[in-house]
Design a protein around this ligand. Structure first.
Ligand code: ADP
Ligand code: MG
Length: 327
């Protein structure tokens, strides 16, 4: 009897030390497929975490979108009379402050007040355009440099063309909130991947997570791979997601606030930043600025890979250190 027990014990231990299987779930939200991957956690805990993370991300989307029929504080602000102070909910005000900081640090390349212009171009609307708007239409929607005043009573819109649009970083913020929710459930190893934009935490059964950076012009092509662990956010902005071609010219959804026209400096920009909100905001901003911004990227704690307008690949030192191999 005794002998059998001793014999069995190592076998049982071996069975227990097998890492639990990954739990993976995909939902459609924020106009894209969002995949949650949880490693090294029991299935019940992982599924409860994913359910709450998905609900939280859906809430963020509803709270910040300027599209659709549901009411929110952002839409109310955009509809408020010019000159009237409007109190924004703390969560909206905090995200706006982050955007205003990146706007300043990027020399105006990120602009959280492009709502009217974004609606004019219509890349996020249900009936996309086939032809660009006229220059006169663009000027009537392009906000001036001074758009907002902060007062003790709230934020004041200074011009009817000033309308909030969090489209360039709300997805990143939603990813951050999704990860926060997974952590609340005690999950330590996970990826929240929203259409290629993601935050990863922990590792994959003791090994890094492997992530590929997609090529902007080759659907199945990968520029390079990254082995990531700990807490890393990686976001790509590209001209290939939402666009139309008119007279052989590509018009896409990342707009240059200096002109009101699609930014022409890059095909895609991939950014690694301390969180997904910043990675998302900066990937859009650096897309607008192009390679001229690359030397400044490290001062903002960013690893950056740019495919420029000619298809040439540029990476700063921080990104080169992380890249496993490039094609
Ligand atoms: P996606 O999330 O679709 O990958 P981005 O993160 O680059 O793309 O954000 C693009 C969205 O941000 C646009 O759909 C528009 O709502 C908004 N936007 C476009 N250009 C700018 C800009 N220069 N600054 C701030 N927001 C912008
Ligand atoms: Mg972005």
């Amino acid at each position: 009897m005794m002998r059998i027990t001793l014999m069995l014990l190592p076998l049982l231990l071996a069975a227990c030390s097998q890492p639990p299987k990954d739990i993976q779930e995909t939902r459609f939200m924020m106009g894209t497929l969002v995949t949650f991957t949880v490693a090294g956690s029991d299935a019940t805990k992982a599924k409860a975490g994913i359910r709450d993370a998905a609900a939280e991300m859906q809430r963020v989307d509803t709270e910040f979108t300027i599209y659709g029929n549901s009411d929110n504080a952002v839409k109310r602000f955009n509809a408020a009379p010019v000159g009237k102070a409007v109190l924004l909910p703390p969560e909206v005000a905090t995200l706006l402050q982050t955007a205003l900081t990146v706007q300043q640090q990027s020399g105006g390349a990120l602009d959280p007040m492009l709502g009217k212009l974004d609606k004019l171009w219509g890349f996020s609307s249900e009936t996309p355009r086939q032809h660009p708007p006229s220059e006169a239409e663009i000027q009537a929607a392009l906000p001036p440099r001074q758009c907002l005043r902060q007062t003790p009573q709230g934020y004041v819109r200074l011009d009817p063309r000033c309308q909030l649009d969090f489209g360039a970083f709300a997805k990143g913020y939603a990813i951050d909130r999704g990860i926060a929710m997974l952590r609340k459930h005690g999950i330590r190893n996970a990826i929240v991947n929203a259409g290629g934009d993601m935050r990863i935490i922990g590792d994959h059964d003791g090994r890094p997570w492997h992530i590929g950076i997609r090529h902007p012009r080759k659907a199945e092509g990968v520029i390079g791979t990254l082995a990531l662990s700990g807490d890393v956010s990686i976001v790509t902005s590209g001209d290939y997601e939402r666009f139309f071609i008119d007279h052989g010219r590509r018009y896409h959804h990342i707009l240059d606030p200096a002109t009101g026209w699609p930014a022409m400096a890059s095909e895609s920009v991939t950014v690694i930043a301390p969180n997904a909100t910043l990675a998302d905001a900066w990937s859009t901003a650096i897309f607008v600025r192009g390679v001229t911004f690359l030397p400044q990227a490290s001062t903002h704690d960013l690893a950056v890979l740019i495919v420029d307008r000619n298809g040439r690949i540029h990476a700063n030192a921080a990104m080169q250190r992380r890249l496993q191999h490039t094609n």
